[in-house]
Design a protein around this ligand. Sequence first.
Ligand code: S3P
Length: 169
Amino acid sequence: MSLILEGFMGSGKSAVGASLAGRLGIPFVDTDREIETRQGCSIADIFCSSGEEAFRQMETSMLQGLYLTGEEAVISLGGGTPMRDINASVIRRLGSVIYLKAPAQVLVRRLENETEERPMLEGYDLVQRVDSLLKEREGRYIELADVIIDVSDGCIADICDSIIKETGI
Ligand code: S3P
């Protein structure tokens, strides 16, 4: 069974996922990086050349592919991936879902210098955008989560400890 990390941009899904997979000795799949590798360009470029809808379709195909391989892994999702209903149902079947939760003001602080590679944030007022997207998304994150981990503070190793403890793996 896989462990799936969900949460808003800036919640640390990729860093925590890589560390957790290393500790558990299982593969790590970062769906964003995987899409970039397959497409041969950055997510920002995909949004720019093909649009958000095309990117969302790539996320869905990626998830369905992961489900079909059935390989046990730590999987970190993009912040918006759980929002499509079809993705949510695949995510549920992939394994145990862990929501890395942080309040909007913590996320804003972490994302302040990182909007360039994040097309969902670029060009917006950061505080307002994080606030409204988080409000839109948090219900889904909570609904899908088997375990919720507060990542407002604490280092990556501590967060991994909490995940291992809470999931009982
Ligand atoms: C997105 C989050 C990004 C990436 C894309 C869209 C979103 O991933 O998938 O830019 O809609 O929240 P991270 O959450 O890893 O930044």
